[in-house]
Design a protein around this ligand. Structure first.
Ligand code: FE2
Ligand code: FE2
Length: 156
């Protein structure tokens, strides 16, 4: 599965969101997280296409329902459904995306490599919207680790 097909499919879904705030957030955040996940995957020697796909789909359940409640749990199956609809049949790929989406809010745990790529990419984008004081300790600690990994010297 290549990321462009997923991007176009996801964009079509996002453009159908009635609420303008959610629609804009869906498009901007999903594209940002996909790009950041691809970057981190390249840095960590992982599958770049798959990382971007996780990024595009990770919050789909939230954006389609305009609610973050249980969105990781619901989104895991929703992401798999989308990929199957696009013709993906490789169960390893589907399991990888399902796992990453399911766990993307578990910032206090260390999971599989692709799970961690998605968590970090999501955090990098979310953190841009927040002042340092508004970051939870678990976010600040993880963000610091990612900045160090990327060679970014920044006082949090
Ligand atoms: Fe999320
Ligand atoms: Fe997100």
């Amino acid at each position: 599965m290549d990321r462009m097909r997923v991007m176009h499919f996801a964009d079509r879904l996002f453009n159908q969101i009635d609420e303008p705030v959610w629609r804009i957030r869906a498009i901007s955040h999903s594209h940002a997280v996909a790009a950041l996940a691809a970057l981190l995957a390249r840095r960590r020697g992982l599958n770049v296409e798959l990382a971007a796909i996780c990024g595009y789909l990770h919050d789909l359940a939230a954006f389609e329902r305009c609610s973050y409640e249980e969105h990781a749990f619901l989104g895991a199956e929703r992401a798999v459904e989308v990929l199957r609809e696009l013709g993906e049949t490789d169960e390893k790929i589907l399991a990888c995306v399902r796992s990453a989406v399911l766990r993307h809010d578990d910032l206090d745990k260390t999971d599989g490599q692709m799970d961690e790529v998605l968590k970090d990419a999501d955090l990098l984008d979310n953190a841009q919207m927040k002042a340092r004081k508004d970051l939870r300790p678990v976010e600040a600690e993880r963000l610091q680790r990612v900045y160090i990994e990327l060679g970014i010297r920044q006082e949090l």
